[in-house]
Design a protein around this ligand. Structure first.
Ligand code: ZN
Ligand code: ZN
Length: 354
């Protein structure tokens, strides 16, 4: 009894002491510095040192809002080089939080010019500029990409001027501020980067014309990114035998439920949008069938419509997939990583907590 009494008194005293220590500014500063040091070490462990083709989902959601997810974004790492496929809202911050070395960013590839695929381009531009990107930011995309980058440059012209004046050309050189837009020419569908070949192809996101998918081939390993699409013959043709297929997907059961509630509440705008989007994206089951058809090593769903926020929502979203493809698939979240080591058949799936 006495022992318990002393134990309680000790715990109270210890708690009081810790609380007291936290009030001392020197202790606060010490702990703050230590926390920052720990955060700044994170980057090291994301990718293996061995040569590989890798990808991180830097944005897994569609325009349906979700605090824990950014809009469409996949970072590709081929050897030492980085490419970003789409850069929707919130994704530039993810890349910043994970301390991706953006001085090695070789380009941004846009599947199409919907805002949920490009609205964070200025954020990525600034972060890579600050990281030491050695030239203007290359932005590959369908027709309209030049208009897009010129518009962003114009809108951010004062911001650029203020930052150069404030921090100096040594930190933010004006010569590499801005973009180098590259309109993708369908007659020449391969972007040749030595060991890395990037192929682009039209997908079916009508009436958006054109909307593109991308295939990355690096030293015998491969990744396909669908962009936004219905079932696409072109995608099938370009995905044959791919190691990893990232595909967008709509959960029709979930969207029907939201649409019915919107209709019952008399929300005509939302009802119309939810009717429209059903012919814009492929459903989860057909995507699984497509992954089987192309014999994909692994299927990763992204651009989830809508991204599930609860266990119930996830159960409804994934309903029936296992009947078609019992393994080798997953729903991504922000931070899902896949690593394909060169010279092996391995597909290593991981997840980054942040
Ligand atoms: Zn779209
Ligand atoms: Zn989209």
């Amino acid at each position: 009894m006495k022992f318990i009494k002393y134990l309680l008194i000790s715990l109270v005293l210890l708690g009081g002491l810790s609380f007291g220590l936290f009030q001392i500014t020197g202790v606060q500063d010490f702990l703050t510095k230590r926390a920052v040091q720990q955060q700044m070490q994170q980057q090291e462990s994301i990718f293996p040192e061995d040569d590989a083709l890798s990808a991180i989902v830097c944005g897994s959601r569609s325009p349906f809002p979700d605090r824990d997810r950014a809009e469409a974004c996949i970072l590709i790492k081929a050897g030492a080089d980085f490419y970003v496929v789409d850069i929707g809202a919130g994704s530039a911050m993810n890349l910043q939080m994970w301390q991706i070395d953006l001085s090695k960013l070789k380009g941004v590839l846009l599947t199409h010019l919907h805002s949920d695929h490009m609205s964070d381009l200025p954020g990525l531009h600034f972060n890579s500029w600050l990281a030491g990107r050695p030239s203007k930011l290359k932005v590959y995309g369908p027709e309209g990409v030049e208009n897009l980058t010129q518009g962003f440059e114009q809108a951010y012209s004062l911001d650029t001027k203020f930052r150069v004046e404030h921090h100096g050309e040594g930190i933010l050189p004006l010569s590499v501020a801005g973009y180098e837009p590259i309109t993708l020419n369908p007659d020449n569908p391969i972007i040749d980067k030595g060991d890395l070949k990037i192929t682009f192809f039209k997908v079916n996101h009508e009436p958006i014309e054109p909307a593109l998918g991308f295939r990355f081939d690096y030293k015998g390993r491969s990744i396909v990114i669908s962009g936004d699409t219905l079932y696409s013959e072109n995608l099938v043709k370009n995905s044959m035998g791919v190691d990893v297929l990232f595909h967008d997907a709509i959960s029709l059961d979930t969207v029907h439920a939201i649409r019915d509630v919107a209709y019952e509440q008399g929300n005509k705008t939302l009802t119309k949008i939810l009717d429209d989007i059903q012919t814009y994206h492929e459903n989860t089951i057909r995507v699984a069938e497509l992954a089987n058809e192309v014999d994909a090593g692994y299927l990763i769903y992204y651009h989830l419509i809508p991204a599930p926020r609860t266990d119930l929502a996830e159960t409804v979203f994934t309903r029936g997939i296992n009947d078609v493809r019992s393994e080798n698939w997953t729903l991504s979240k922000d931070g899902t990583i896949v690593i394909l080591p060169v010279g092996t058949d391995e597909i290593i799936l991981n997840s980054l907590d942040f």
